[in-house]
Each structure stands twice: as C-alpha cells, then as structure tokens.
Design a protein around this ligand. Structure first.
Ligand SMILES: Cc1ncc(COP(=O)(O)O)c(C=O)c1O
Length: 460
C-alpha cells in the first residue's frame, strides 16, 4: 500500500514466469522444481494461483493444473483446497505418508502386533554360518558381475520360471524403488492391489506414478477389475503373489491364468513382490510362467532369513533388469558380496532350510489359533497364510483404542486401503499374529470384542 515494491505474490509470479523455458505442463513443472531445488521457492511457501500463472505465461489454466498434478504426485508441492498450493515440506510429506500411519505411536501398548515383522526367535542363527567364513577379504573388481556366480546359478535353478536376467539388490523395497526409477516415468499409471502395501503406495507417489487400486478376492486381484484398469492404459501391474500383506491371500493357479490372458500382448510390465519368499507355504505361482518377457519377480529374504540382511533377488524379463543394473552402475553398483556369500551358505544349509520351513508352519499355526476364535464368533477376516491377519471391524479407531486399552497395539487398516474404506471395503485392522507366542485365546478374545463391540445398552 503506497509502496512501489511489488508484493510477494507478484515477485513469485515473475520469478516463475521468467524461469519457464517451455510453456507446457512438463516445462512449468520442471521450472518450479528447479526453483524449489535452488531454494528460490522455500518449503511451505504459497504459490501464485493457477490463473495468475496461466495469464503470466499466456497459456491455458489446464496447462498449469497439469503441471501442479505432476509436482503434486511427487509431493513436491501440496495442494490444500481453498487455502491454495504450497511448496511441499519434509514434515508435511512425512505426516501424509501412509507408512507413518501404520504404527500406533499415540497409543501406549505393551504387546506390539502392528509391525508385520518376523519373530526374531524364528530367524536362522548366523553363528555357525559365519564361522565358515575365512579371513579372505571379499575385494573383487568394480567391474565384476554384481551377483556371485554360484548364487546366481542357485537362484536361477529355484526360480518359478526360467529368468532371462537375474540380479541381487538390498531388499524388496529397494527392488521396487529401482524398478520405478528405471522402468516407469512421472505421470505413468500402474495397478496395485487394494488393500495393499502402504510403503509401495508412498513409493509410487514419491516417483510421481499414479497407483490405481484393484480389489481382491481370495484368489488374488479380480480379473474384471484388472481388465478395466488395462483399458485405462496402465504401464505396470504390481502384485504380491503369495502371503499377501495385509490379506494373507495366495494367488491361485487359475487366477494366474486369467490375469495372464488379460495381460498377454499388452506389453504391460508385471512386478511380483514375493516378500515372504521361502516362508510362504503356498506354491510359487507366477505370471512369469505365462508372460516371461514382461514379468519381473522379486524374492525377498528379509522375512525368511532376516530383515537386516537387506537382500532380495530380482529375476525375469531381460530389459527392465538390464536397465536397473545399468543405472545402478552409477551408484552402489552391487550388493555386498559378503552378504551374498552369507545368503548362499544359508540357502545351501539343510539346517537353515528346515528351520525356515518350520518357521512358515509356526506362523500358520499361530495365525490359526487366532482365526479359530474369530470363526467361533463370526468375525470376518481374509486369507490363510502369512505373518498378518486382516480383520474386519465395525470402526477402525474404536477397535484400535479398545485393543490399546488392553495393552495391545495393532495397525489401522486405512493406510492399506488405497481407495479408503466404505460399504464396498469395510474398515479393518491388521494384526501381526506371527509374533504372538502365547495367550492366543485371550488376545483373540480382545480382538473379537474390539472388532464388534457390544452396544452399551446391552453391555450390562
Ligand atoms: C509386501 C511387502 N513388500 C516388501 C516388504 C519389504 O521387504 P524388504 O525387507 O525385502 O525390503 C514387505 C515387508 O513387510 C512387505 O510386506
């Protein structure tokens, strides 16, 4: 007022308009991205309106909205309805990530069944394996094959289909991250299971990739829904073929055939996350058996052999794996050969192998002790396998609070539900029964009461 200094909005507007080299959605997104990286636009700063920028650049407001969509998918910017659009902040991103919503940090619990982790007591002991290592350093050359030759041979021999290529990375999430970075682009659309794995939803959004949730039944994702998604031009399909987290479903061979016939000749990349690997009791059914040129399967060794090994094998279609390996040459290049040797020794060891099979049976047994009580009380749940139990509840928040009052922490279902919950996808909680070593009846009783609380009128 009365000042000849342009106000802050005007200044930002000229800054943005002057930085745009190509006045299309990609160009505007790139320019704003550069201004954020350079610090010219600060975290939390409000951006000029879509109309003002469109006018300044003499383009249609749709171009700016498209640019905002590109930046919004990676959470570079944050659109808050009528308040406007802001430069994304680290805190805001963290608060909105589904991953951070799983753990009941605001509820004080003694028994934590929220984490989906294996029972440390059921992991193989490393002592006898490490004792076999000599004092020979694992040097090798930067140019060596990233995978130890005997490990490659062993993995190829046990893969559910003949893989055209194979590599080893630092866990299943690392594999998913690298595949997103090398085989997909900002703005791509991909199919995911709904419910599915919250860190995968976060990861896709961080890459600017749009996840399309497809519902599941007790044989895997529903074929008719996959067909609809394929008609919406998707670039990839992400599946968990066994011990699905959170539902505990294994894909059936019949479902594999139905899905394969929908995907055949589409060129759509299939990414299978076999996150429970050798712990799974179900057969290693894979779309790669039908679509070997377009399927990449990831097998993690975290839950079977130990999360801290950070090891997963990636095998299947040549091109996506070659792109991953080539890009990785610019960074870490390979996964420690020391850890690869450790995995190789474990996979060759009968005691470890028998122990992993027994652990899988123990997890199934623990889950079964809880589901028997749910069955007797008519409480809905899905699946038959894995570390987790996906339990239908009347109300998510009151179920969490009711269990917390008994000192039991479980995960809320909503972060796993991409399209939210409602009549078609009722509220759930996820209970990691895999770490439940005793008191199954008592704890299952609390789950029953939390899932369907007795109305207070009749509670007396
Ligand atoms: C479906 C799914 N994928 C990936 C992972 C992570 O696997 P990793 O430890 O190999 O990164 C998990 C872990 O819980 C998972 O449930």
């Amino acid at each position: 007022m009365g000042s000849d200094l342009p106000d802050e909005g005007e200044r930002l507007l000229s800054l943005i308009v002057e930085s745009v080299e190509h006045p299309n959605a990609q160009g505007v997104a790139a320019a704003v991205g550069r201004l954020i990286s350079s610090g010219d636009l600060a975290e939390g700063q409000r951006l000029p309106t879509v109309r003002a920028i469109a006018r300044g650049l003499a383009v249609s407001p749709t171009t700016i909205s498209d640019a905002w969509q590109i930046l919004g998918r990676g959470r570079t910017i944050d659109t808050r309805g009528r308040q406007g659009t802001f430069v994304g902040s680290h805190e805001g991103i963290r608060r909105r990530q589904r991953f951070w919503q799983i753990y009941p940090s605001d509820l004080d619990t003694g028994l934590d069944l929220s984490e989906g982790v294996p029972d440390p007591a059921l992991l193989p002991s490393l002592g006898p394996i490490l004792a076999r290592f000599g004092d020979q350093p694992f040097t090798g050359s930067y140019l060596d094959d990233p995978v130890l030759a005997p490990l490659r041979e062993l993995l190829e021999g046990r893969w559910p289909f003949p893989p055209e290529a194979m590599t080893v990375v630092n866990g299943a999430l690392d594999a998913l991250d690298r595949i997103c970075a090398t085989s997909l682009r900002v703005g791509d659309r991909v199919v995911v299971e709904d419910p599915g794995f919250p860190p995968l939803f976060d990861l896709l959004e961080a890459h600017g990739i749009e996840p399309l949730g497809v519902p599941m039944d007790d044989e895997g994702i529903r074929p008719e829904s996959l067909e609809d998604a394929v008609n919406r031009r998707v670039q990839a399909v992400f599946l968990q073929p066994r011990s699905h987290n959170p539902t505990g479903v294994d894909m059936s061979a019949r479902r594999r055939d139905e899905l394969a016939s929908i995907l055949a000749d589409t060129g759509i990349l299939v990414v299978e996350d076999d996150h429970s690997g050798d712990l799974s009791i179900g057969d290693p059914v894979s779309l790669g058996e039908k679509l070997p040129d377009t399927t990449v399967r990831i097998q993690s060794f975290s839950k079977s052999h130990g999360p801290d090994l950070r090891l997963a094998a990636v095998g299947g279609a040549r091109q996506p794996i070659a792109e991953l390996v080539t890009r990785r040459r610019l960074g870490s290049s390979w996964t420690s050969r020391l850890l690869q040797q450790l995995l190789l020794e474990m996979l060759r060891d009968d005691t470890v192998t028998t122990g992993v099979i027994r652990a899988g049976e123990t997890y199934r047994h623990r889950r079964g002790l809880v589901t028997a009580v749910l069955d007797r009380n008519g409480i809905g749940y899905t699946g038959y396998t894995g570390l987790n139990l996906w339990v239908e509840v009347d109300d998510e928040r009151s179920a969490l609070v009711s269990l917390a009052a008994q000192g039991i922490g479980v995960a809320p279902g909503s972060p796993f539900q991409l399209n939210g919950n409602g009549p078609a996808a009722p509220p759930h909680i996820r209970v990691t029964t895999g770490v439940l070593t005793r008191d199954h009846e008592r704890i299952a009783g609390h789950i029953v009461r939390a899932a369907r609380p007795v109305p207070s009128r009749t509670a007396v």
